[in-house]
Write a protein that binds this ligand. Structure first.
Ligand code: URA
Length: 270
């Protein structure tokens, strides 16, 4: 809301707000509740209630019932979480086997993760797993979500099972939890437990290169095998190595919510 200047003049709202206000008055487009319902937020009636409760914004402005939107242009959020409404976007969950590289094309001719999913539409991996790391990897053509998920400092949480050399002491676990000194700086606090001797469950939200392996090296327990078991709210114990499936609408929604939550929790205050 624009506040009045001491001299009585109302200052111009920022350009972004002017653009959003103009778009809100444009005719055409689809009804917002229809677009929300299509992305899994519930029936149109439920979506109308969300809008009426003021929980939906379009281009940063709280939406009113009757609002029409262009899903290709307008940025729609529910409770601050972006709603993936752009048509043509695909989201695959792959269980990456060991020995497969996380690039679109490998200069050494090794198999790549994109060869394990449909070729069209073209997708790219979200973040990176080392060639020797196994487990869950997302591939998508939604660049915006991909960027937010794998943000270097406030990406969504990722959980790994690390089989390491030797049994880790309580002190070693505490070091992992508090943060360890790596050559590119201290790691942020992490969750770390040892469900079985020599098997660590580690959850991090940073996305540094070979981070888990380097953390384990730093406490004197090199990794023998590394498996990613969860990306934010997404896990799947029945997906076999080399298999993939599409994310469900509910999973996409949960992922968007997790991305917004990570940004709130971990992004440095501005
Ligand atoms: N940490 C690592 O060390 N390797 C991976 O592939 C992912 C996280």
């Amino acid at each position: 809301m624009a506040t009045e200047h001491p001299d009585g003049r109302t200052p111009e709202p920022p350009l972004w707000e002017q653009w959003a206000a103009q778009r809100a008055n444009l005719p055409g487009g689809e009804r917002l509740q229809k677009v929300l319902a299509a992305t899994g937020w519930g029936s149109r009636r439920v979506c109308e209630d969300l809008i009426a409760a003021g929980r939906v914004t379009v281009n940063g402005v709280v939406a009113e019932l009757g609002r029409r939107v262009d899903a290709d242009v307008d940025q729609i959020e529910v409770d601050g979480a972006p709603v993936g409404v752009k048509p043509g976007l695909v989201y695959y969950l792959l269980n990456k086997p060991r020995g497969v590289v996380t690039t679109a094309k490998d200069t050494h001719g090794r198999p790549t993760v994109v060869e394990l999913v449909p070729a069209e539409p073209r997708v790219f991996p979200v973040g990176r797993l080392d060639v020797d790391t196994e487990g869950l990897l997302l591939l998508t053509n939604d660049g915006d979500l991909a960027h937010r998920i794998s943000h270097p400092s406030h990406g969504v949480e990722k959980e790994y099972l690390a089989h390491v050399r030797g049994r880790v002491s309580a002190g070693g676990l505490r070091q992992l939890r508090d943060g360890v000194e790596l050559d590119d700086g201290m790691t942020a606090p992490a969750d770390a437990s040892q469900p079985n001797p020599g098997v660590l469950r580690i959850t991090i939200h940073e996305g540094r290169n070979r981070q888990v392996r380097r953390m384990c090296d730093a406490i004197g327990h090199p990794v023998l095998r590394l498996v990613r078991t969860r990306i934010g709210p997404i896990n799947d114990r029945s997906l076999r190595p080399g298999d993939w499936r599409e994310l469900s609408t509910g999973e996409r929604r949960a992922l968007s919510e997790a991305v917004a939550e990570s940004a709130r929790r971990y992004a440095p205050p501005t």
